[in-house]
Design a binder for this molecule. Structure first.
Ligand code: PMP
Length: 395
């Protein structure tokens, strides 16, 4: 009789590597922050410049946004104790849906952005259908595809020829194409005109994940579709409230009929508790501040340009980025771990991305910017990168 495998063996194999990295002081995950997500944060009593946050418009600690969360907690309490489907829909959820339509007929609010992708893709892509995704789409899109009963096809990142081949091969099937508006690691923008043209020509449907486009792209920050003037051509737009919108939660917007269908079939909506009153109210307040203070968007782009140029002048490779997500390519995993921890020593909090988040040999330091960073803070970041980059032989 062969010995029965122990399910936990994998943990015993994996964990020593984590402990080794922690012991050596090169473990850059789950770092503890003792302050708000501001341009500067406190860690272990030290102040660091934060360039690892998705708080693009600098609203997570804005007084009106925080006051709205406090007022909603006073009125509605701390939680809804149920799903949107049953007892968990408040008037403020419905009001937020009305202001989340981003130019479409209707919207539906979920508890997280991740759950939007899980719920929408698995509800719409059924047996016999096909879902086509870019190879570097976000993990939540990949997992939404895994939960669907349809067939999943991936095309090479940004390769319109490869996308066309897949659409041609699946011409007779119900097809959903899902792309990131802004790719979350490299910071490049999808070729939306190219995707829209192919989707239309082949009779497919298009969903754009605009987690990093919303609040960032377009004249009024309404995202990638607004940036390209293609709002009516995107069938479904999903967004998250956890980045520019300073809270947590997510939404999908599209034609009323499709939204109504998703409302009754998205399991991550129906079987999960609705977002808290504080989360919902802070998003609505953040939307008001964005409209009242358009200069935040201007300042975000000023900071983005400064950093893209600054890194290039120092000799770093920032890949295809054209947004406030600015990656700095390192290559080797261990060097990337060392780089990010040396940055921390030098007073900068940045994130590291290693495979499978990026292709093998393409490990990078992911930096991202806020409208509220000052020139002085950004110069400190460039100074720290220059110092560490020279010490590690990256530049
Ligand atoms: N899509 C993309 C492209 C993302 O980057 C993220 C968050 N990292 C999500 C979806 C999930 O959003 P949330 O954090 O609101 O669950």
């Amino acid at each position: 009789m062969t010995a029965k495998a122990d399910l936990f063996d994998k943990c015993a194999k994996f964990v020593p590597t984590v402990l080794e990295h922690r012991e050596a002081g090169v473990y850059p995950f789950f770092r503890m922050i003792e302050s708000a997500q501001e341009p500067e944060v406190v860690m272990g009593g030290r102040t660091l410049v934060m360039v690892g946050s998705n708080n693009y418009l600098g609203l997570t600690n804005q007084p009106k946004v925080k006051e709205a969360a406090i007022a909603a907690t006073r009125k509605y309490g701390s939680g809804c104790a149920g799903s949107r489907f049953m007892n968990g829909t408040l008037d403020i959820h419905t009001q937020l849906e009305e202001s989340s339509t981003v130019g479409r007929e209707a919207a539906l609010v979920f508890t997280t952005g991740f759950q939007v992708n899980l719920g929408v893709i698995s509800a719409l892509v059924g047996k016999g259908d096909v879902v086509v995704i870019d190879k570097t789409d976000h993990a939540s899109i990949v997992d939404g595809c895994r939960l669907s009963f349809g067939e999943v096809k991936r095309y090479r990142h940004g390769d319109m020829g490869d996308l066309e081949r897949l659409l041609r091969e699946n011409a007779d099937r119900g097809t959903l194409v899902v792309v990131d508006g802004v790719f979350s690691m490299e910071g490049d923008i999808v070729d939306l005109p190219g995707v829209v043209e192919l989707v239309r020509r082949h009779g497919a449907r298009l969903m754009v994940d605009d987690a990093h486009g919303l609040g960032v792209l377009g004249l009024t920050g309404r995202g990638t579709a607004e940036h390209f003037g293609l709002t009516p051509d995107v069938d479904l737009m999903m967004g998250t409230y956890s980045k520019s919108l300073a809270s947590v939660g997510g939404f999908v917007a599209g034609d009323s009929e499709v939204i109504e269908y998703v409302k009754h079939f998205a399991r991550s909506l129906i079987f999960s508790a609705s977002p808290t009153p504080a989360s919902v109210a802070s998003v609505s307040a953040a939307l008001d501040v964005i409209d009242e203070e358009p200069e935040r968007l201007t300042q975000l782009w000023r900071n983005t340009r400064k950093m893209l140029e600054g890194f290039k002048q120092l000799g770093f490779d920032t890949g295809p980025s054209e947004t406030p997500i600015v990656p700095v390519l390192i290559g080797d995993d261990e060097k990337a771990y060392a780089f990010v921890m040396m940055l921390q020593q030098a007073g900068v909090f940045a994130n590291v991305a290693v495979p499978p988040a990026v292709p093998p040999g393409m490990s990078l330091i992911r930096t991202s910017y806020m409208a509220t960073h000052t020139d002085e803070q950004l110069d400190r970041v460039l100074g720290a990168f220059e110092k560490v980059g020279r010490e590690l032989g990256v530049i």
